[in-house]
Design a binder for this molecule. Structure first.
Ligand SMILES: *Cc1c(COP(=O)(O)O)cnc(C)c1O
Length: 388
């Protein structure tokens, strides 16, 4: 190993910036096993599709190079369908290319949709956030935004997301408009892997490098079989003759395309076999461990840390989410004001080995110890830093 690696203690959660979280048990071994053989990548994604379908209840799925890549491929799939000419033209579009989103769902990751050629059409106003009103986007606002150029509705899932996904699906479905759900960070609870497709989403993306415990550069994309077929055609290596092409028929129906696209818009987010197989093992492990055992593992780390540190003067230390196995428990450190929290955080970040705590946008006077990326060997140092 390099001796000058910029090591940090990550008590902030599975942040990409901090190299995401620990791999689930068995992932590295699966990646090593993948390395001992050569594989047909279309066949590898077909295996992934069957495993992801079984885990999510969706018709089909694939491994992407992250949830953002899943968004790019979703937009590309919706706009091109199985029209190979359109695949080759993206991000130039000659058909429906408008993606309707609530203003309150807009976020930095939707850049990936625009990269595929999507034009975002915003609806609603997140007035509760602005403190100026009581309503967020309403279902009828999606309805009146639908027009001849509408390609899809994009819904960013979180426990607070409004309107409810079912209400959006109820508008989109009868009008033949697909719904794409960004659920990148919506684990746990594990049941969320099934929830959005069951609610009628046509495509769903999750991050593989967050709490699934897969490689940092992976994600899941799943949903309608024809859309997954399109996404696969736009991201797999397609440099071959159509006549020689024999994809697994349950994954790609070659009779439905006129020919093979050139390297598609998804080539810039390709995945290798190591990542695909690593993520599949992580998915298996995530489901096998279950919410209760995972929560108990994290909670015991929080309780040890919570018991070992003193509250800041005028503040408090507590463990949040202790009762709810569908959430990540955390140690919450409350300061008397945002400025003391900021100074405490700054001191941790400037240590020889920086310590990163989690912060939340709406509670600047609080810092959180997120247990999900902590290694056992780091806990004593973390406690010392928090006491220091
Ligand atoms: C993290 C996140 C993403 C990006 O996920 P990657 O797997 O890192 O590409 C997209 N959308 C939301 C809402 C996220 O939280």
């Amino acid at each position: 190993m390099y001796s000058d690696l910029p090591t940090v203690i990550n008590a902030a959660g599975t942040l990409t910036r901090l190299s995401a979280g620990p791999l689930a048990p068995g992932v590295l071994e699966a990646m090593a096993a993948a390395d001992r053989v050569s594989l047909d990548m279309c066949g590898v994604q077909a295996v992934a599709s069957r495993a992801i379908a079984a885990a999510t209840g969706a018709e089909a799925g694939m491994v992407t190079s992250g949830a953002a890549a899943g968004l790019l491929l979703s937009a590309a799939a919706v706009m091109a369908g199985l029209n190979v000419g359109r695949m080759n033209s993206l991000p130039q579009t000659d058909g429906p290319d408008e993606f309707i989103m609530s203003r309150g769902h807009r976020n930095g990751y939707d850049h990936a949709l625009r990269a595929a050629g999507a034009k975002l059409v915003e609806v609603g106003l997140p007035e509760p956030l602005a403190g100026s009103g009581i309503r967020d986007a309403e279902p009828w606002e999606y309805e009146v935004a639908i027009g001849p150029q509408t390609a899809a509705i994009v819904y960013v899932a979180s426990p607070q997301s409004l309107p409810h996904l079912q209400e959006v699906v109820a508008i989109a479905r009868p009008r033949g408009i697909p719904v794409i759900v960004d659920a990148a960070a919506e684990l746990p609870p594990a049941e969320n892997l099934r929830r959005f497709a069951a609610a009628g989403a046509d495509l769903v993306v999750f991050s593989g490098g967050k709490l699934l415990g897969g490689p940092a550069g992976t994600g899941l994309l799943f949903g309608r079989a024809d859309l997954i077929m399109s996404a696969a055609l736009q991201s797999l290596d397609m440099d071959m003759h159509f006549a020689d092409w024999a994809p697994p028929a349950d994954f790609i129906d070659r009779t439905r395309v006129r020919g093979l696209p050139r390297q598609g818009i998804g080539r810039c987010c390709k995945v290798g076999k190591h990542d695909v197989l690593g993520l599949l093992v992580a998915l298996d492990h995530f489901l096998a461990e279950g919410d209760a055992a995972r929560h108990a593992r994290w909670l015991s780390v929080c309780e040890r840390i919570g018991a070992a540190i003193d509250a800041p003067e005028g503040g408090a230390v507590s463990v949040t989410g202790a009762q709810d196995t569908g959430r990540v428990p955390m140690v919450e450190i409350r300061f008397p004001d945002p400025e003391s929290a900021r100074r405490f955080n700054q001191r941790l970040l400037t240590r020889a080995v920086p310590v990163h705590l989690a912060r939340k946008g709406l509670t600047p006077e609080r810092l959180y110890v997120n247990p999900t990326c902590l290694r056992e060997s780091e806990i004593a140092t973390l406690i010392e830093a928090l006491q220091g």
